[in-house]
Design a protein around this ligand. Structure first.
Ligand code: PLP
Length: 401
C-alpha cells in the first residue's frame, strides 16, 4: 500500500477550478467568465505586440545568457517598477527610501512581503477587505500573519461601505497592517473615490496602521497607468511608510511569466538598505532567486520611451474593450427588461463585475447556459465578447426571472 494512501482528495481551487469544469464541458456555446485573464474579441489570449518585439530583441541579443539573477532580481527592472507605481518624480525614490525586490508576480510579492512582516514587524495582524481575492487570506496566514477582515462592500447599494470600513479600521490595534487593493478591487469592482481614499489615508496614518497595497491591475482599470496609481501615490506623498505588491500579469499580459515586484517605502535610505538585506533572507530559502525572462521583457519595455508608449496604447485598448463589454451587457439586460437595477455593471471598474447573482443562480446559468463563473456571482468582463454578450444576458435574464 502507498505510504500516502490516507491522503484525502483536496477540493479544486475556487477560481482555477472553474476553468477545469469549463474545459470538461463539450458544449459549443460554453463561455468561461471565471479566471481573470484577458481575451480578445475572438475569445483568444493576447500577447501584446510590444511584448513580442521585446522578446525578439532579447532572443537576438548574443550577450544575453541564462545566468542566475541576484536574489533581489534584475536591478533595472526593480528601479523601473518602483518608478511605474510611485511616479518618476516620487520623493521616496529620489531619496532612495524604497527597497524593491523582483518577485514571482503579484502572489509572490504578497507572500514575500507577508513573511517579511511576520518576521520583523511588531504587529502580526493584517486586515483584509470583506470580500477580497480568495488567495489573500491563505497567502497571509501561511506567511505567519493573523488575518482579520474589515467591511468593504455594501450589497444593498452594490457600492463601498465607507462607514463600516472606517469603523473597523478605527478599532484595529495600532500598527496593524491593512491590505488595500490599489485599484479595480477584486471581486467587487468597487473602488473608493479620491475623497474617500483621503478619508481612509487620514485614518490609517492617525492610527499608525501600515498600508500594504496590492496593485494587480495598474492601467487595466481606467486605461491610465497614472490614474490607477493615485491611491498608492497619495499614501507615499505624505512621507509615511507602506508596502506595494505589483503584478505584470494583467497589464502586460505576462500571466505565466510570473513577473512582479515588492516595494517597501521606508522613512530613510538606511532603513531601506537594512529592509532589503532582510528581504534577501526571506527569498533565498524560498526560491533562491527569481526567473530572468519576464523581468527582462518588462525592463526592455519600460526603459525605452517608444516601447513604453506603445505599451500604454495596447493597455488602453484592453481596458477600453472591457469598458465596452460593460456597456453592451448593461444595454442587453435593459433591452430584455431584466428585473433589477443593473447600473453597477457600468459603474464598477476593472476586470470584474460583481453581479449580485447568488450561488443558485450561478449554478443554474452553468447548467442551462454553459456559462462558467465563480459562485459568488463574479464575472470576468475580459472573457466576454460582442458575440457572447447576448447569450450571457439571456442566461442572467432567465436566472433572475
Ligand atoms: N491580487 C489580486 C487582487 C488579483 O486579482 C490577482 C490575480 O488575479 C493577484 C493579486 C495576483 O496575480 P498574479 O500572482 O498572477 O500576479
Amino acid at each position: 500500500a502507498s505510504v500516502f494512501a490516507c491522503i484525502a482528495q483536496a477540493p479544486e481551487d475556487p477560481i482555477l477550478g472553474v476553468t477545469v469544469a469549463y474545459n470538461k464541458d463539450q458544449s459549443p456555446v460554453k463561455v468561461n467568465l471565471g479566471v481573470g485573464a484577458y481575451r480578445t474579441e475572438e475569445g483568444k489570449p493576447l500577447v501584446l505586440n510590444v511584448v513580442r518585439k521585446a522578446e525578439q530583441l532579447l532572443v537576438n541579443d548574443p550577450s544575453r545568457v541564462k545566468e542566475y539573477l541576484p536574489i533581489t532580481g534584475l536591478a533595472d527592472f526593480n528601479k523601473l517598477s518602483a518608478k511605474l507605481i510611485f511616479g518618476a518624480d516620487s520623493p521616496a525614490i529620489q531619496e532612495n527610501r524604497v527597497a524593491t525586490v523582483q518577485c514571482l508576480s503579484g502572489t509572490g510579492s504578497l507572500r514575500v512581503g507577508g513573511e517579511f512582516l511576520a518576521r520583523h514587524y511588531h504587529e502580526r495582524t493584517i486586515y483584509i477587505p470583506q470580500p477580497t481575492w480568495g488567495n489573500h487570506p491563505k497567502i497571509f496566514t501561511l506567511s505567519g500573519l493573523s488575518v482579520k477582515y474589515y467591511r468593504y462592500y455594501d450589497s444593498e447599494t452594490r457600492g463601498l461601505n465607507l462607514q463600516g470600513l472606517l469603523e473597523d479600521l478605527s478599532s484595529a490595534s495600532p500598527g496593524a497592517i491593512v491590505l488595500l487593493h490599489a485599484c479595480a478591487h477584486n471581486p467587487t469592482g468597487v473602488d473608493p473615490t479620491l475623497e474617500q481614499w483621503e478619508h481612509i489615508r487620514q485614518l490609517i496614518r492617525s492610527k499608525s496602521l501600515l498600508p500594504f497595497f496590492d496593485s494587480a491591475y495598474q492601467g487595466f482599470a481606467s486605461g491610465s497607468l497614472d490614474a490607477d496609481a493615485r491611491s498608492v501615490r497619495m499614501f507615499v506623498a505624505d512621507g509615511g511608510e507602506c508596502l506595494t505588491a505589483q503584478s505584470y500579469a494583467k497589464n502586460m499580459g505576462l500571466y505565466g511569466e510570473r513577473v512582479g515586484a515588492l516595494s517597501i517605502v521606508c522613512r530613510s535610505s538606511d532603513v531601506a538598505v537594512r529592509v532589503e538585506s532582510q528581504l534577501k533572507l526571506v527569498i533565498r530559502p524560498m526560491y533562491s532567486n527569481p526567473p530572468i525572462h519576464g523581468a527582462s521583457i518588462v525592463a526592455t519595455i519600460l526603459k525605452d520611451s517608444e516601447k513604453f508608449k506603445e505599451w500604454t496604447i495596447e493597455l488602453k485598448s484592453m481596458a477600453d474593450r472591457i469598458i465596452s463589454m460593460r456597456k453592451q451587457l448593461f444595454d442587453a439586460l435593459r433591452e430584455r427588461g431584466t428585473p433589477g437595477d443593473w447600473s453597477h455593471i457600468i459603474k464598477q471598474i476593472g476586470m470584474f463585475t460583481f453581479t449580485g447573482l447568488n450561488s443558485e443562480q450561478v449554478a443554474f446559468m452553468t447548467k442551462e447556459y454553459h456559462i462558467y463563473m465563480t459562485s459568488d456571482g463574479r464575472i470576468s468582463m475580459a472573457g466576454l465578447s460582442s458575440r457572447t454578450v447576448p447569450h450571457l444576458a439571456d442566461a442572467i435574464h432567465a436566472a433572475v426571472t
